[in-house]
Design a protein around this ligand. Sequence first.
Ligand code: AMP
Ligand code: ZN
Length: 114
Amino acid sequence: MDNCIFCKIINRELPSTIQYEDDRVMAFNDINQEAPIHVLIVPKVHIQSVNDIDETNADYLKDIHLAAKKIAQKLGVSEKGYRLINNCGESAGQTVPHLHYHLLAGVDMGTKLI
Ligand code: AMP
Ligand code: ZN
């Protein structure tokens, strides 16, 4: 997808600090770290948001979750805990229209979601 910053990161047209990559997903540090660990996990195909998930591409959700587990293990937060967040659409604060999950860890986030 032209002009999508996450597609450009996937294609190495923009720099990023890659934490994990396989043939289906990539994970890289968020440029604006909101926690000591803040990684974005994205599919390597352009899917705009959860609204665009269907039977043909839903396997990416599995891949993203398997990647999240591996990244948490690699970064040493599996046991202590981490938060996986998806923002879908404007009201939720989605600013980049390429499906992504925030993996946040390294701080006590408490029980409140908003
Ligand atoms: P969201 O608000 O859920 O759409 O999250 C988009 C995230 O992408 C934000 O947390 C931004 O800080 C992050 N972001 C934007 N541009 C880049 C970039 N070039 N590299 C890494 N993260 C980025
Ligand atoms: Zn994209």
